[in-house]
Design a protein around this ligand. Structure first.
Ligand code: PMP
Length: 357
């Protein structure tokens, strides 16, 4: 069939998201969502905002940005909201890198970065993580162009301390350092306070994980006024009205009533500890994850077999078929009850393995 797609885009790789399955009897531990619904205040804010959908949304997200400013303790000019943090990340690639200015990533990380680079013709450099998947800041000494990494990293769950990130900012004063904090609320240290001293730091965050709002698409960037103004300039040229009314209302209400989400994060951290201990007791290798997921190498069964067997029992988990991650699974932390079902299923599957070698 004839294609009208420009040649430059024909080789674009596809991002493969986790299987989308909403039937009630499936346990979704494959897309790092929150198992908890939005708070009553957020649901109320969405309901009352919906009667105004005939009017355009505020492109500057004024009320949301004020709520975020109070929530984070930074100025309103230090924040830009976007249609999911994926949009903010994409804008950062567009604004701060190009064919002559590369992006440097960890070799094991969030795979959507590769697509943004491919879309804009940005060369990628990759720095190898240590054999245990930890990130060694010293290995980033030679990093070129914009430095990009999640903290905690995905899918490994391992995090750098704020002091280590500060060292990287000092070592690269003339390069943008983008810290993707999608999972920071589950135990890692945020780099946000560093934006005051380091004008090259861009922190990217989302309401999709700890904020229970994956389906509304809301993320934001925090950085120096100059970085945020540059990012806004690009955003305004691409998607001025990107953050819809419902997302703005939901994010504002979530910031104003954050204790509900703190409590959910605590429950997820507790369930993560139980899951880690339970899987280690089965002989699995489990990284010390600070995300709302664990990264595990199963014992006595391959990762892909275990994924299939769990799927047969209605439990979805994620397998990334790359050289370094092929033996591993990423398992989202759900409710304690869901994690007990996961542990029981793993135990039964391993017992079955013994009976039929
Ligand atoms: N960064 C990382 C590391 C992620 O895992 C994800 C979620 N898949 C995102 C960013 C994007 O999140 P969202 O677009 O839902 O804000």
């Amino acid at each position: 069939m004839k294609t009208f797609l420009m040649p430059v885009h024909r080789a674009l790789p596809a991002y493969v998201p986790g299987t989308h399955e909403e039937s009630g009897n499936v346990i979704r531990l494959n897309t790092n969502e929150s198992p908890y619904p939005p708070s009553p205040e957020v649901l109320g804010a969405i309901a009352s905002e919906s009667s105004k959908l005939n009017f355009y949304n505020d492109p500057d997200c004024t009320v949301l940005i004020e709520a975020l400013s109070a929530h984070l303790g930074v100025g309103t000019a230090n924040i830009l909201a976007g249609n999911g943090s994926d949009q903010i990340l994409q804008l950062a690639f567009l604004a701060f890198a190009d064919g002559d200015n590369p992006v440097t990533l960890p070799d094991v990380t969030y795979s959507y970065y590769d697509l943004f680079a491919a879309l804009y013709g940005i060369p990628l450099r990759r720095i190898k993580l240590e054999p245990d998947f930890s990130m060694n800041p010293a290995a980033w000494q030679s990093a070129e162009g914009m430095l990009v990494f999640p903290n905690p990293n995905a899918p490994t769950g391992l995090a750098l301390q704020r002091s280590e990130i500060e060292g990287m900012l000092q070592a690269h004063p003339d390069q943008v350092v983008l810290v993707d904090e999608a999972y920071v609320d589950f135990g890692a240290e945020t780099a946000v306070p560093l934006i005051r001293q380091y004008p090259n730091l861009l922190v990217v965050r989302t309401f999709s994980k700890s904020g229970s709002l994956a389906g509304i698409r809301l993320g934001y960037a925090v950085g120096s006024e100059s970085l945020i103004a540059d990012l806004a300039k690009v955003r305004n040229a691409v998607d001025l009205y990107g953050v819809n009314r419902l997302a703005q209302a939901a994010g504002t209400a979530a910031c104003r009533h954050w204790t509900y989400y703190e409590e959910n994060c605590r429950r997820i951290v507790d369930a993560r500890r139980e899951t880690t201990e339970g899987l280690r007791a089965l002989g699995f290798t489990v990284t010390d994850s600070l995300g709302n997921f664990v990264f595990v190498r199963p014992a006595r069964i391959s990762a892909s077999d275990l994924q299939k067997r769990l799927m047969d029992r209605g439990i979805l988990v994620r397998h990334f078929k790359t050289e370094r991650t092929n033996d591993w699974l990423r398992i989202t932390i759900g409710t304690m009850d869901e994690m007990k079902k996961l542990l029981d299923a793993c135990r039964e599957i391993l017992n079955g393995q013994e009976e039929c070698p």
